[in-house]
Ligand binder design. Structure first.
Ligand SMILES: O=C(O)CCC(=O)C(=O)O
Length: 270
């Protein structure tokens, strides 16, 4: 086993990995921002594209399938890989949006933890811009209790946060340049502060899983096979997006979201 994999297994994360050239990062950011400008007057569609990006934005699907991103993911998960979701986390300059401490796998209704998130920076992720922070080794325990806060400036869907104290001094700042990637385990404690910089903080989070994973509910959700084979048939496999925010893809995404609500919003009392 190579050194970085050994560190990933003991810390629950690894970074930085250069996966896009500077020019690619600039081009992808421009494509994202042109999509945002195009759908400025259709905030629901814009939100859908941001939250389900590999299903609705062709360039995101391209990133999810690129060797530079997939090769290190394969080292962790093996040769057979699905994308379960991918979304942009965008914090505007000088705003109060933040992400509370949480463990990703808490609400995803998956049977196991054969998952890794690839988080790719399309702008500077620095302490000032509110980069992620990881608590080393926190993935080695179980999922701990979370509480819902529904704070309006928390970018997580239910404002969920760990019900246990996190010692910020123990946390490692995930500083990334545009085009660099971090990898983190679905149980690692992580969160991020607000963006106090003059630029947007833009990250693309891709959730990779192995095909043997299953939803804990009876219904299948969608996933995209991006490497190897799927011999399990636990998910409805999707292809590449038919175009930018294609009408048929939007319908499929909406159906998938409706199924996912059952676990993503389970037990919510407002
Ligand atoms: O973008 C951030 O600051 C946090 C993203 C996150 O929580 C994740 O990718 O799991």
């Amino acid at each position: 086993m190579n050194d970085w994999l050994r560190n990933y297994e003991s810390n629950g994360y690894h970074f930085p990995l250069p996966v896009l050239t500077e020019a690619q990062a600039v081009r992808y950011r421009a494509e994202l921002e042109s999509m945002e400008a195009c759908y400025q007057d259709k905030p629901e569609l814009r939100k859908l594209a941001i939250g389900q990006s590999n299903s609705l934005i062709p360039f995101v699907d391209e990133i999810c399938r690129s060797d530079a991103v997939l090769n290190p993911v394969k080292e962790i998960l093996g040769p057979n890989i699905l994308v379960w979701n991918s979304s942009f986390f965008i914090k505007e300059p000088h705003t109060t949006d933040f992400i509370s401490w949480h463990q990703d796998l808490t609400y995803w209704g998956l049977t196991d933890s054969h998952e890794v998130t690839a988080w790719i920076a399309l702008s500077e992720a620095s302490i000032q811009s509110g980069c992620m922070k990881f608590v080393p080794g926190s993935h080695l325990g179980d999922i701990v209790e979370h509480k819902d806060t529904f704070e309006s400036n928390n970018l997580l869907s239910r404002g969920q946060e760990l019900a246990v104290e996190v010692d910020e001094d123990e946390a490692i700042a995930v500083i990334l340049k545009p085009g660099e990637m971090s990898l983190h385990h679905g149980k690692v404690f992580h969160g991020s502060h607000c963006n106090q910089s003059d630029d947007r903080r833009i990250g693309l989070a891709i959730r990779y899983i192995t095909p043997d994973m299953k939803q804990t509910i009876d219904s299948k959700t969608d996933a995209t096979l991006v490497a190897g084979v799927d011999e399990y048939n636990n998910f409805n496999l999707q292809g590449t997006p038919r175009g930018l925010l294609n009408a048929d893809d939007i319908e499929a995404v909406k159906r998938n979201i409706a199924i996912k609500e059952e676990f993503l919003m389970a037990g919510v009392r407002r």
